[in-house]
Design a protein around this ligand. Structure first.
Ligand code: CTP
Ligand code: CA
Length: 228
């Protein structure tokens, strides 16, 4: 039986997505990480592909299969992720769903750190590059639509608005990642889409949905904005 043709509103558009956590090595056997599963970013990649886009997904270490038809680049650290994202430009849309580790150790041990009688190793942290802010502030290669996420455990909208003002992106998807929500690692997500209407910030609160449904809703809003 012939299936009716699917609408492909993002055909011909290149969509770049980051997903998952990053791992920041402390020494050859230890790292700093977080609880991100990558599910939301992978779901967005699959939805963008289904809408006809050419999709590049730059992901940190996750236990997920490559979405069919998506060009997947697997990286470890925030700095690797930034380099891969820069190399993947230009893009029509960039969506930064990764939970990038904010800090790494200043000097990665070349050998496994050992317990000693002298006490604990002093781990000095330095801040990682902010990939979303870096790409949002590009002059020539800035994608026309740049979307960030705001992962918050309290004061969700207030914190997301402050982040929105800081990052220089076009939209922010705010989500509550406090443990009670089960968002980190779980299959559902409750999000609020922050955008700008002139000088005003608009907040569109979506009902609880699966991560696939959030992805589909986000992609259809993207398609309305940049699609053919
Ligand atoms: N982000 C990024 N690079 C970083 C940190 C964050 O690209 N080094 C992106 C995330 O992918 C997300 C957005 O910035 O799209 C917000 O990430 P979040 O962790 O919520 O905000 P931070 O600015 O890191 O602030 P904080 O963790 O202190 O809330
Ligand atoms: Ca952060």
């Amino acid at each position: 039986m012939l299936r009716p043709p699917q609408p492909r509103p993002l055909a011909g558009k290149r969509v770049l997505i980051t997903a998952g956590p990053t791992h920041e090595a402390i020494d050859p056997v230890r790292y700093i990480a977080n609880r991100s599963s990558g599910k939301q970013g992978f779901a967005i990649a699959a939805a963008a592909r289904a809408a006809g886009a050419d999709v590049v997904l730059v992901t940190g270490p996750v236990e997920l299969h490559d979405p069919p038809g998506v060009s997947v680049m697997r990286v470890e650290s925030a700095r690797d992720m930034l380099h891969r994202v820069e190399a993947a430009l230009p893009a029509d849309v960039a969506i930064f769903a990764a939970a990038v580790a904010d800090w790494r150790v200043a000097t990665e041990g070349t050998q496994k750190l050992k317990k000693t009688a002298a006490g604990m190793p002093p781990l000095q942290l330095v801040e990682n590059p902010d990939i979303l802010a870096t790409i949002s502030k590009l002059k020539d290669k800035r994608p026309p639509l740049v979307i960030g996420f705001a992962a918050e455990t309290e004061h969700l909208i207030e914190n997301a608005k402050a982040k929105f003002a800081r990052k220089g992106c076009d939209w922010i998807v705010a989500n509550d990642v406090s443990p009670a929500t089960g968002v980190m690692g779980g299959d559902r997500n409750t999000v609020h889409l922050l955008a700008r209407d002139g000088k005003e910030v608009t907040v569109d609160s979506w009902p609880v949905m699966t991560k696939e449904e959030v992805a589909a809703a986000l992609v259809s809003r993207i398609a309305r904005t940049v699609g053919a």
